[in-house]
Design a binder for this molecule. Structure first.
Ligand code: ADP
Length: 488
């Protein structure tokens, strides 16, 4: 049996998704699988999953997970997802919940225990399946213990001796930081409790475990890989990242153009593309339909409409946008906001909708299909992130011919060619400041108003950008090669 790359993730679209992590793990393993890399995925079985979806079926019952909850077990379900195996770790008390990690009151109190359990279940399942993986590829803190278990266990257990690990950081701000007493329950040896291990200012830091013990560490854009080595973006982990710098790689994520492509998007009222002679008319029809769907003034069909989609959190700079709404309204533009998150930001966005009825629409909630229609029906996409490891929504905006206005950080810097370059695909501004953001939007609006041909050329350039997973997949294959595996 060929040894596999096994992805470990707490989200995988279409089975689960709370943001970009779900999108990435819904596409990356499959892209590698299609490139000939033997690949499978292990992820939790969340409550909202239905076994009828994708033929999910029970494959192992009572898989023994072991210490420290001996004799705790899990059930394992399996699906064949486009020819690739996906395993779902089922334990109702941990994963059968309305949300993934938190509700409106905050993080679930037992998140540490939930994801220690998940990581140990992953190791137990692999043991039970009987073939050690070539590479265990962990993603974000929820699977951060997997590289650590591997590191310690392979020193004594020949089963794991030839397995290597990769830890991918999708967002360094989420670290899984818990009280030190929870370390004793995770099953790592006491020598992991050091500054170069899992200890972090007296706490147990699960992401740090992954960074410290993985054979390779990656993050999701070259710029973010550089930024996190310093205190401004390092979230306190810059020290261990510097120590592991030789093993740290920045690989830009891909976009899944099977799902995010206006030429075949099932959620749109009509489809369009850069080659299509009716392309601009198609996008315009999407815009008119969106204005109607959201109760915005029909006259906005002839004015720039600005779209924002994202978590309503400080990271995404939603407060910057809310701050400048009155100034934007003076310019007679439309604004559409889709997101959920911080209750104060949600309330403020809804208040602004009352004030600017017919001109601004805020949809508070999580609506996958509307996100597609906003990408298509807006003229300008707003992404004033304070930091952005990679960002997928701007990649989608480019493909939908909706030039972004974004902060020049992280993956935004790596994906948007800023105006006034002749190759421009969008607009960027230097740092998260409302005035700079406003000025960049006004540049875009002015361009939209005064140079229709130039704007259309920019839209076409944007739509032709290629951030496909085939390209990103090749970088991962090279990485696995460096770990000693050649899957070609
Ligand atoms: P992050 O992972 O930091 O949240 P990304 O830009 O990488 O940001 O990915 C966000 C993903 O989540 C995109 O697919 C975006 O369309 C989706 N998304 C975010 N908020 C919402 C929402 N309120 N409704 C629907 N989709 C959303």
């Amino acid at each position: 049996m060929r040894r596999e790359v096994v992805f470990v993730t707490s989200e995988m679209y279409p089975f689960s998704k709370s943001g970009g992590l779900g999108d990435v793990l819904g596409a990356q393993p499959l892209a590698l699988h299609r490139m000939g890399v033997p690949t499978s995925v292990i992820t939790p079985f969340y409550g909202r999953l239905r076994t009828a979806d994708y033929g999910i079926h029970l494959t192992i019952s009572d898989c023994h997970v072991g210490y420290p909850w001996d004799p705790i077990t899990c059930d394992v379900y399996e699906a064949d997802y486009h020819g690739m195996k996906v395993y779902f770790v089922h334990r109702g008390e941990y994963f059968d919940r309305r949300y993934y990690y938190n509700d409106h009151k905050g993080d679930y109190f037992d998140n540490c225990e939930r994801f220690i359990f998940f990581c140990r279940a992953v190791m137990a399942l692999l043991r039970r399946l009987g073939t050690p993986p070539a590479v265990l590829h962990a993603n974000d803190w929820q699977s951060g213990l997997v590289p650590a278990y591997l590191h310690f266990w392979r020193q004594t257990d020949p089963f794991w001796a030839d397995t290597r690990s990769v830890m991918t950081i999708h967002n360094l701000a989420f670290q899984g930081r818990f009280a030190s007493r929870l370390f004793t329950g995770c099953g790592l040896p006491p020598q992991a409790w050091t500054m170069s291990g899992v200890e972090f200012w007296g706490d147990f830091n699960v992401l740090k475990a992954g960074i410290a013990y993985a054979d390779m560490v990656t993050t999701v854009s070259p710029s973010y890989a550089r930024e996190i080595l310093g205190p401004a973006y390092g979230c306190g982990l810059e020290g261990i990242l510097q120590a592991r710098q030789h093993a740290l790689h920045g690989i830009l994520n891909g976009a899944d153009y099977g799902i995010w492509n206006p030429a075949q998007d099932k959620f749109l009222p009509c489809r369009y593309g850069p080659e299509d002679p009716q392309g601009f008319a198609g996008k315009q029809r999407c815009k008119t339909a969106l204005l109607d769907e959201l109760g915005l003034a029909p006259e906005l069909a002839h004015r720039p409409v600005l779209g924002f989609i994202g978590r309503l959190r400080g990271q995404k700079g939603i407060d910057l946008l809310l701050d400048i709404v009155p100034r934007l309204m003076e310019r007679d533009v439309g604004v559409i906001i889709l997101g959920e998150g911080n209750l104060a930001h949600e309330a403020r966005a809804l208040d602004l909708m009352e004030t600017y009825r017919g001109r601004l629409c805020a949809v508070v909630g999580y609506t996958e299909d509307l996100a597609h229609r906003i990408q298509a029906g807006s003229d300008i996409f707003l992404m004033p992130s304070r930091y952005e490891p990679c960002g997928l929504t701007q990649m989608y905006a480019l493909r939908y011919g909706t030039p972004p206005v974004a902060t020049a950080v992280g993956g935004l810097r790596d994906t948007i060619m800023p105006w006034p370059s002749p190759e421009a695909t969008g607009f960027t501004f230097g740092r998260s400041d409302p005035q700079l953001f406003l000025e960049a939007i006004l540049d875009a609006v002015h361009y939209w108003e005064h140079d229709t041909e130039g704007w259309r050329a920019m839209m076409i350039r944007a739509m032709r950008q290629d951030f496909s997973w085939e390209r990103a997949g090749r970088s991962y294959v090279n990485l696995y090669r460096q770990l000693g595996f050649d899957f070609s």
